[in-house]
Design a protein around this ligand. Sequence first.
Ligand code: F3S
Length: 278
Amino acid sequence: MQVIQAKHAGACYGVQRALDMAMAVVERGGEVATLGPLIHNPKVVADLEARGARVAEAPADIHGGTVIIRSHGVTPEVRAELEERGLDIVDATCPHVARAQAAAAEIAGAGCRVMVVGEAGHPEVEGLTACAQAAGGKVDVVAAPADVPEGLYDPIGVVVQTTQVRDNLDAVVAALEEQGLSPIVKNTICSATSQRQRTAADVADRVDAMVVIGGRNSSNTTRLAEICAERCARTFHVESAGELAPEQFAGCAAVGVTAGASTPEDQIQAVVAFLEEL
Ligand code: F3S
C-alpha cells in the first residue's frame, strides 16, 4: 500500500517555535505554567504537564515562576497583569500574530475604525481587538460580509485573523466598498493554513483513504478533515496512531496522510509507520 504524505502537514512555524520554547523552559526546571493550553493537541498538553508545565486559565492562577504565552498571543491587559505579578514571561506569540497585532494598533492609531475579520471569541481575535482598542480604535469583529455594520464612514481599517482564508477577507472588503468606503487593508493572513488545506485536498483526490491527525478540539484540523472527506469518503480524523485499525484500510492501494498545524512531527511519523507496516 502506498502512503502519501501531504507536502505541507503538521506543526506550522509558530506552533513549532512555541513547542521548542516550552521544552527549553521545562528542561530548565522550576515552576512553569502556560496561559491556556499551549496548543490544541491533548497529547502534547499532557506531555508538557508530565514535564512540569501546568495549564493556568488566568494570570490570577499563577503565583510565581515562569509563564509561557502561547502562539495566539494575549491582550495588552493580560500582558500587563503578568508583568505586575512579577512573573518570568516567555513570549511564544507567533511572529505572524505579533505582526497582525501591530497592524491593528497602527490602523487604530491612525484614527480608523477597525474591522477585525475573524472568529469572535477566539484568543487571537481577542488580542487583535484589544490591541486596536488600546490604540484608541472602535472595533467590530466580522466573521463574514453579512456581519459588516451599516452606516460606516471613512477612515476604516481592516485587519485579519492569521488563519482566515483570502476569499473571506476579499468578500468583507467588497462589502465595505459597496458602502462607498475606501478601507485600508492589512492582509495579515499566514499561508500555513491555506498551504495545509491545498496540499491535503491534492492528496485526498488521489487516494482510497485519508488519515487526518490532530486534536479534535483543533478547528484547523477539523476543517482539514472536512476538506478531505469531501474528496475521499474514507477519511479518518484521529489524535494518534493508536486509534487506527488495519481493517479500516482493507483493499486500499494508496492512503494519504495530513495533519493540522498543531500536530507535532512524531505523531505524524507514528501514523506513517503504522500504515507502512500494513
Ligand atoms: Fe503562526 Fe501561522 Fe502557525 S500565524 S501559529 S505560523 S498558522
